[in-house]
Design a protein around this ligand. Structure first.
Ligand code: ISL
Length: 546
C-alpha cells in the first residue's frame, strides 16, 4: 500500500503496550513482547501498527503523561528496541504509528518543572497559569486547576493534576512539538495518532463554565473542544513538519473526542492539509446518558443514525476512521453485542458492520478474538485513574457504592486494558510473571490459540474481512447507502462501486429477524456469512456481492 491515500485500503491495529505481551516476565507488556508477536499481526493481515505511548512517564495515566518525548520508558524497553521494531515492521511491509500526546505533558517533564519554578522562568508561558482558578472540572473528576508552590499560582489540567496543559498560543511550544515530530519521522516512524488533538486550542479568556445539575464543577467543553485556533495550528504543523516528508507515505490520525461531522470534514479535507482522518466518539456514546457513567441500554436506531451521518457527511470530502474499541472503551461485544450465548456471532457481526463501511478500520488488540468486559466486583480491582477518581467523587456526592461499581463495571476503561489472551495457560500467555491487571477468567475459552485454526472463529472472520478490503475495491471506494432507518433489529447498507456492489445485512438481536422488504437484497454471491432466506438467525450477519 503506497502512494497518495494509501491508507484508504489499509487496516490499522492498535497495541496497548502494557497489556499486549510481556517479553521479560515483570508482569507488564513491553516492546520485546510486541516484537515476539509480529507473526500474529502479519498473519492477520494488518498494514499499520499504532502503539499507545511508550515514552518515559511517571504513569499517572499509563503513559499519557509524558516526561520525555524522545526516549522509551525502561518498563517498555529501550530506544534501540524501538528502532528494531520499526525495522522488523518495515521488513514485513508494515508501518509504525506513534502516539503523540501534546495537549499536555507530565508535571515531571523538564518543560513543566522549569515553567513552575518561578514567574520569571523563560518557559513561564508554556502552560496555562492563573492567580485564581476558574470553575472548570477536569475530565477525570475534581477541579481542572492545581496550585503550584514554586509559581505561587494555579495551572490548568484538563486531565489529572499530573498532566498540565501546554499553552499552544505560545509559538515556542508549537515549535517544540514540531521538533519532536521531525525527530521521530527521521527515526523512521510512519505517522502519528494525536491524542486529544481537538483540545489544543482553548478560548484564551478561559471563561467560567455552566455547572450541570448534581455536579460540583463547571463543564468546560464549550471552551476547549475544537477551539478557535485548532485548524490553524494543525495546518501550521502540516506545513512545518509533514510537508517536508512528502516522499513518505505517512498516516496522520487525530483523536477528536466529542467532535462533530462538520468539524470532522474540516480536519480531514485533503485540501486543508491538516489530518488524514479523525477518531470521533459519536458511535461509542450511544449507551451514555448525560455523562458516561450514566449507562443506558443499547439503541440500534441511534447507532445506525450516527454511523450513517459520518458516512454521508464525509462522502465527498475527508475520510472516516472506523473503530469500536480502544484502550479507553469497554469491550464492544459486551456493550453492543452479547458476551454470553452469542459472543462469537455478535463479535463477528460487529466486525462485519465496521469493516465494510467506507473508511479505515482500526482493530484494537483482542477485538479479533472477541474479548469481553471483565467481571469487576470491587473498587480494589480497578487500576485506571479515571475510574478510581470517579469512584471517590461519586461516593463523596452521596452515591451508593454498588451503583458506582455497576457503572464502572460497564464503562471503565480497565475493561479494555486487561491482558491480551493468547492461550489458555494461567496468565493467558501474556506473562510468566504476575500481570499488572487481572487476566479475564474467560481466557480459558477466549484466546488466540483456540481460534487460530478454526475457520468459524472470530479470529478467522477478522482475517477474512481484512483480506476482503485488500482485494475488493467496493470495500475501499464504494459509496454508502443506508437501506433501512426503521427496522427494529437490522442494520443494512449498500456499498456501490463500478466493479459491483456489496450489501451488508446484520441482525443486532438475540431473536430471529424477518427481513421484510429487505429480503429483496438477498441476491448475489454470499461473500461473508452462511445464512440464506428472508429470516435472519440471532446475531447473524451476511454480505452479498453482485
Ligand atoms: O471525556 C473525555 C473527553 O470528551 C475523555 O474521554 C477524553 O477525551 C479521553 O479520555 C481522551 O483520551 C485520550 O487522552 C487521555 C488519556 O487518558 C486517554 O487514554 C487517551 O486516549 C489523556 O491523555
Amino acid at each position: 500500500r503506497t502512494g497518495p491515500g494509501w491508507w484508504r485500503s489499509a487496516v490499522v491495529y492498535q497495541v496497548y503496550p502494557r497489556s499486549f505481551a510481556d517479553g521479560n516476565g515483570d508482569g507488564v507488556g513491553d516492546l520485546r513482547g510486541i516484537r515476539e508477536r509480529l507473526d500474529h499481526l502479519e498473519w492477520l493481515g494488518v498494514d499499520v501498527l499504532w502503539i499507545s505511548p511508550v515514552y518515559p512517564s511517571p504513569m499517572a495515566d499509563n503513559g499519557y503523561d509524558v516526561s520525555d518525548y524522545l526516549d522509551v520508558d525502561p518498563t517498555y524497553g529501550t530506544l534501540a528496541e524501538l528502532d528494531a521494531l520499526i525495522a522488523e515492521l518495515h521488513e514485513r511491509g508494515m508501518k509504525l504509528v506513534m502516539d503523540l500526546v501534546a495537549n499536555h505533558t507530565s508535571d515531571e517533564h523538564p518543560w513543566f518543572v522549569e515553567s513552575s519554578s518561578s514567574p520569571e522562568s523563560p518557559k513561564r508561558d508554556w502552560y496555562w497559569w492563573r492567580d485564581e482558578p476558574n470553575n472548570w472540572g477536569s475530565f477525570f473528576s475534581g477541579p481542572a486547576w492545581t496550585y503550584s508552590e514554586g509559581r505561587a499560582a494555579y495551572y490548568l489540567h484538563l486531565f489529572t493534576r499530573k498532566q498540565p496543559d501546554l499553552n499552544w498560543e505560545n509559538p515556542e511550544v508549537r515549535h517544540a512539538v514540531y521538533d519532536v515530530l521531525r525527530w521521530w519521522l527521521d527515526r523512521g516512524v510512519d505517522g502519528f495518532r494525536m491524542d486529544v488533538i481537538n483540545l489544543i486550542s482553548k478560548d484564551p479568556e478561559l471563561p467560567e463554565a455552566p455547572v450541570m445539575p448534581g455536579q460540583r464543577y463547571g463543564n468546560m467543553r464549550a471552551s476547549v473542544l475544537d477551539g478557535p485556533r485548532v485548524h490553524e495550528f494543525l495546518a501550521e504543523m502540516h506545513r512545518e513538519v509533514f510537508d517536508r516528508y512528502d516522499d513518505r507515505d505517512l498516516l496522520l490520525v487525530g483523536e477528536t473526542g466529542e467532535t462533530t461531522v462538520e468539524e470532522g470534514r474540516k480536519y480531514t479535507d485533503p485540501a486543508r492539509r491538516e489530518l488524514d482522518m479523525v477518531l470521533h466518539y459519536e458511535h461509542v456514546e450511544i449507551d451514555h446518558g448525560t455523562f458516561k457513567w450514566d449507562v443506558r441500554p443499547f439503541d440500534l436506531g441511534r447507532l445506525r443514525e450516527r454511523l450513517a451521518a459520518w458516512q454521508t457527511g464525509l462522502a465527498d470530502v475527508g475520510w472516516n476512521s472506523l473503530y469500536w474499541d480502544n484502550h479507553d472503551q469497554p469491550r464492544v461485544v459486551s456493550r453492543y453485542g452479547d458476551d454470553g450465548r452469542w459472543r462469537t456471532e455478535s463479535a463477528k457481526l460487529l466486525a462485519t458492520v465496521l469493516h465494510l463501511q467506507r473508511g479505515t478500520p482500526f482493530v484494537y488488540q483482542g477485538d479479533e478474538i472477541g474479548m469481553t468486559n471483565y467481571p469487576f466486583a470491587s473498587i480494589d480491582e480497578f487500576d485506571d485513574v479515571e475510574a478510581v477518581n470517579y469512584y471517590h467523587e461519586a461516593i463523596a456526592l452521596g452515591m451508593e457504592p454498588e451503583d458506582v461499581i455497576r457503572s464502572l463495571r460497564a464503562m471503565s476503561r480497565d475493561n479494555g486494558r486487561t491482558p491480551m489472551q493468547w492461550d489458555d495457560s494461567p496468565n493467558a500467555g501474556f506473562t510468566t510473571g504476575r500481570p499488572w491487571l487481572a487476566v479475564n477468567p474467560n481466557h480459558t475459552e477466549v484466546n488466540v490459540a483456540a481460534q487460530r485454526d478454526d475457520p468459524d472463529s472470530v479470529l478467522s472472520h477478522y482475517r477474512r474481512l481484512i483480506r476482503l478490503r485488500h482485494e475488493d475495491p467496493a470495500v475501499v471506494d464504494g459509496d454508502f447507502t443506508l437501506l433501512t432507518d426503521s427496522h427494529p433489529q437490522v442494520f443494512a447498507f449498500r456499498r456501490r462501486h463500478e466493479s459491483g456492489q456489496l450489501v451488508v445485512l446484520a441482525n443486532f438481536s438475540g431473536a430471529e429477524a424477518d427481513l421484510g422488504e429487505l429480503a429483496g437484497e438477498c441476491r448475489g454471491d454470499l461473500v461473508i456469512g452462511s445464512g440464506h432466506g428472508s429470516v435472519m438467525a440471532p446475531w447473524e450477519s451476511r454480505v452479498y456481492r453482485r
